[in-house]
Structures are given as C-alpha cells and as structure tokens.
Design a binder for this molecule. Sequence first.
Ligand SMILES: NC(=O)C1=CN([C@@H]2O[C@H](COP(=O)(O)OP(=O)(O)OC[C@H]3O[C@@H](n4cnc5c(N)ncnc54)[C@H](O)[C@@H]3O)[C@@H](O)[C@H]2O)[C@@H](O)CC1
Ligand SMILES: [K+]
Length: 321
Amino acid sequence: MIELLTPQEMSRADALAMEKGPHDGAGLMDRAGAAVADAVLARFAGAAGFDILCGPGNNGGDGYVVADLLRERGLDTKVWRLAMPRQGSDCEAVAARCHAECAPLEDYRPLPGRIAVDALFGAGLSKPVGGAAARVLGSLAETGVRVVAVDLPSGVSGATGQVLGIAAPAALTVTFFRRKPGHLLYPGRALCGETLVADIGIDARVLDEIAPRCFVNDPALWRAEWPVMEPDLHKYRRGHVGVFSGGPMATGAARLSARAAARIGAGAVTLLSPGAALAVNAMHLTSIMLRRVEEERELLEFHEERRPKAYVLGRVSALAS
Ligand SMILES: NC(=O)C1=CN([C@@H]2O[C@H](COP(=O)(O)OP(=O)(O)OC[C@H]3O[C@@H](n4cnc5c(N)ncnc54)[C@H](O)[C@@H]3O)[C@@H](O)[C@H]2O)[C@@H](O)CC1
Ligand SMILES: [K+]
C-alpha cells in the first residue's frame, strides 16, 4: 500500500525524522534540494539558464540548495526571493551559505529557454497566493516557460489539490518521501505534470507513529478483499439476480442494471419484463435471461422456481395484483 500524507502529516514525518536522525532539518533539506537538482539536470541540462523562485519558508530553503548545486556546475543560475528567509528556519541556514546571485522576485521576468524552479510555497501554503508571487505565477503560466515545482506547484493545496489563488502548471514536480493527496486530486494532479517522489532519508518507520489514513488507489490496497473464485465454482453458486423492467418506453435502466449485475459476477440474471416490453428487451439481450412478469402470480412463480438472491427495481417497476 502506498501512503499519502497530508501536509500536517508530512511536517510530522519531517519532525520525527529529525528527532530520530541521522539527518537534521538542514540535512533533509540538502537531500531534498539535491533530488530536485538531479531531476532538473536529468531533463533540462541544456536549458539557457535556471531561475530559482524562493519563498520565505523551507520550500524556499530547498530552492536555495538547488540554486547552489546548479551554480556549482557552472550553470547560469539566479535566485529570485519573495522575502527574506523566515528567521531561525532551516531555510535561513541554507540561504546563508548559498552563493547564487539573489534578486527580488518582483523583478523576475520569465524568459523562454530558461527553466523556472518554483520553490515559493509547499506544504506551508496557508492562504491564497497574492501580490508579487501571484503576478509571477500568472506570468509563468502565460509565457509557457518550463517550470519544475519543488514539492508542489505553489498555490496548490497539498491536502485537497485545490488552487489557493493561483498556481503555474509544472512540467515536473519533485516531492519528498510520500505524495500528498494534492498530487493526485484535480486540479492539482494536472498542474503537477510528471511527479517524482524522492527519498530524502526519512525512515519509513515514522509512518507507524503517523498512521496515515489515505492511500493511493492501487490494487495493493484492495487485492486482498477481492473475491477469489474457487476452481469448482459454477453459476448456480454465484447467485441469481432478478431485474424489473418498465414498459416498452422505459427499459434502458433495467438492462444496464442487469448487465452490471452480470459483470460484477452474478451467476445468472433474469430481466422480468411486462409483456408489452418483451420484444424491446429481447432485441438487446444476449446472456441475460428474459421472462414475462406482469402479475404478482408470475413473480411468485419465478421466485419459487429460481430463488434469486437479489432483486433490482426502480420507479417504473409495477405489477398488477
Ligand atoms: N527541514 C524541513 O522542515 C524540510 C522541509 N522541506 C520543505 O519544506 C516545505 C515546508 O516548509 P514550511 O513549512 O516552512 O512551509 P513553506 O515553505 O511551504 O511555506 C511557509 C511560508 O510561506 C508563508 N506563506 C504561506 N502561504 C503564503 C501565501 N499564500 N502568501 C505568502 N506567504 C505565504 C508562510 O508564512 C511561511 O513563511 C516542504 O514543502 C518542503 O519543500 C523539505 O526540504 C524537507 C526538510
Ligand atoms: K513549490
């Protein structure tokens, strides 16, 4: 089963990992930034340059690490900061040792051919994006500059996938440890582009304490509950379903229900049809059986004979008593 973590659960995972070691906050951030830089280089090494858009929190901290690593490679790299790093944060520590050139975010203009690394907000997004950040994200979306999002496209809620204010679509999103619901739920899912999950050295055992309640809808989640057919199973042991049809002008829902019952594994399905609709139903049925049931007596006869396990009836079903 693949766990999904809400932003709060992810913060707890970070905190537990720091508590248990071996990496402290800045160490995890170094690994997160390195994972993003590796992904950027693997796909966009030939870009004209790299603009790293950094917010004031730890998402921005990942951005400073990316900027330093790309700069060390001799690549044209520039940091555009929305605000100074939050005091006392891991972001502040990594920003202090970042050697990339820094400029205010409001002076940033997207240039074709360059890559924008979006490290404005991640798990800590707490209100709709406005001001300079919103203008920049809007201009990224308009110019179609390729964006690599750190953790999540800024503006996308990790909890719900909803956009708070504005978000720029990313070509690639690199997230850490586990995905968040916002990576899978629309519109976040579409805004993330390709999503990579990087191992940043958090021990999976932290999940025992967090006890996540949300998982990727994958066969591993429900395969154990899937009914297994024994080799000697036959249709008379898989239940019979009776489906009531309406009159000649109201037969569709009943046939859809009958097909659905057959598809989910009923051994036999009988469509119980008023006489006037028999021909209409017969025209459309192959493996579903058809039987005239118009009066209570006919239903009782069918019931005695076939002992169905379930009946499906809708608004148009009616019997003459
Ligand atoms: N050491 C750590 O804590 C690690 C954190 N990681 C990164 O840290 C991120 C989470 O960091 P934070 O919890 O600091 O949160 P963020 O950096 O996502 O954002 C929090 C900051 O942004 C401000 N903010 C939030 N929404 C805003 C808005 N709409 N407009 C203007 N300002 C806004 C908040 O006031 C706060 O200063 C993750 O997404 C991940 O990228 C990873 O590097 C792993 C290690
Ligand atoms: K981001």
